[in-house]
Write a protein that binds this ligand. Structure first.
Ligand SMILES: N[C@H](CCC[C@H](N)C(=O)O)C(=O)O
Length: 287
């Protein structure tokens, strides 16, 4: 007997997930990881970059749990947080435009911005980036920041800067984003490299103007996606750490699926991310 699972498919700049609301409904799902793999399959499932569950929290208005396409559980998801915020407002899970969402890496502040009464853009305060090596986590001697550290691939050195937004990101600066070695370095580093015990989201950055960067990503557990919200935040932090961008300025991050607006605040040290969140469709998934 199959289990009927009502879902909403949403995306943030093309980074799409299957959202299951476990606040408004109670469903006995044997394995969230297995559901993520089955639902994400574009041939035998719905097709997505993974699964996001909206579950009760006793520390915030709700909790977001995110599972990648391979069933691994992520600790944060920027595009997912914006979509959870839109879903929560649209479905009356909250009665304010500002509220709190718990993730496995902490609690964030969310604010939805309305246009003609509908959620248009969403701002998430992503908190402080985590920069010391052991907290990325990344294997190595010192527990300092990881800035322009050479990664050897195919006998070549690639300088990497590491930033955690609650999930691990390795960032590489390139002169031409369209020629970035995404497949080579992404598949080499993302899911089972000994230097990164929890895997790595692998991002590439090209500075395109004073307060603009282009960013592409190979995500841990999902491969190349159209956008990565935590990755875009990490890309702005890495660009500031390497003196390519200024703090306290709103940076436009051009991703394959569209633009995010991100600022790393000097005073609070928090990273603020603003961008779209869209509903694609609703349905019933038969597990
Ligand atoms: N693959 C990521 C989770 C999804 C992050 C990304 N989709 C975002 O919008 O931040 C990880 O395992 O850390």
């Amino acid at each position: 007997m199959s289990i009927e699972i009502p879902f909403t498919k949403m995306h943030g700049l093309g980074n799409c997930y299957i959202y299951v609301d476990l606040i408004s409904q109670s469903i006995d799902i044997p394995s969230y990881s297995d559901l993520a793999v089955q639902a994400a399959d574009e041939h035998t499932g719905i097709g997505s970059d993974g699964l996001i569950l909206i579950v009760p929290s006793n520390r915030a208005d709700m909790m977001m749990r995110i599972f990648n396409k391979d069933g691994s559980e992520g600790k944060n998801c920027g595009n997912g947080l914006r979509c959870v915020a839109k879903y929560a407002y649209d479905h009356g899970l909250v009665d304010q435009k500002s509220f709190k969402i718990e993730t496995l890496s902490g609690i964030v502040d969310a604010e939805v911005h309305l246009k003609n009464g509908q959620v248009d853009l969403v701002t998430i305060d992503m908190g402080k980036p985590i920069l010391n090596r052991s907290s990325i986590p990344m294997v190595g001697e010192n527990d300092e920041k990881v800035i322009n550290e050479p990664i050897i691939y195919n006998k070549q050195n690639f300088d990497m800067t590491a930033v955690s937004m609650g999930n691990p990101h390795g960032l590489f600066f390139v002169d031409n984003i369209e020629k970035a070695p995404i497949h080579e370095l992404g598949s080499f580093l993302a899911d089972n490299h000994p230097t990164f015990p929890e895997g790595l989201n692998v991002g590439f950055i090209e500075k395109t103007a004073d307060n603009d960067i282009a960013y592409r990503v190979w995500e841990r557990g999902s491969g190349i996606t159209q956008a990565c919200g935590t990755g875009a935040c990490a890309a702005v932090v890495a660009s500031i750490l390497t003196d390519r961008l200024p703090m306290d300025q709103t940076i436009t991050v051009h991703l394959a699926g569209g633009d995010l607006y991100i600022k790393w605040s000097q005073d609070s040290q928090h990273v603020l991310m603003t961008g779209e969140a869209k509903t694609i469709c609703k349905g019933i998934f038969y597990l």
